[in-house]
Design a binder for this molecule. Sequence first.
Ligand code: GRF
Length: 188
Amino acid sequence: MTKLAVFVSGTGTILEAMIHSGLEISLVLADRPCRGFEIAKAAGIATELVERKTYGPDFDRAAYTREVMAALEPHDIGLIAMAGFMTILSPAIFDRYEGKILNTHPSLLPAFKGENAVEQALAAGVKTTGFTIHVATSELDAGPILAQASVPVEPGDTVDTLQERIKQSERRVYPETIKKLMSKASPV
Ligand code: GRF
């Protein structure tokens, strides 16, 4: 059985949905103390906190990525699902787990890549946005698309209301997509 790790940085509501969906999660890794990390602990899931010491220009991405890989190694992980993980990792991890790292991004890629995708969609005045579940590669918010769903932008939407509407759908589709993959995936 492929062992799944979920990477979080924030509220972890998608992680929560994964847990409720019955997905077996072997490890939750966080880059900072956060609600997602607490949810994992409360659910009795193994956790690794690989805390980022800095968010400034002195951040050593390659060294941090090595720390993440070292934390993963003892857990024999075969699939990684990023769920609101906010640190961009170096290519080394995408080589080690080639094709085995997934991400969900709150836009219909290739539109609105990057950190503030929901804000970008609102600013562009689009009537429909959504999210994309894709295989993550060393190129940010790129890589083969596994699933996409559209979500309407409603009059008067704020970043918060639109983000929440997107997440409601992500919470259904991301666990389903992972379940399908786990029934096929072999360990790396
Ligand atoms: C999701 O919208 C995901 O697309 C984005 O971060 C959000 C995570 O939400 N990358 P949560 O922390 O699971 O509530």
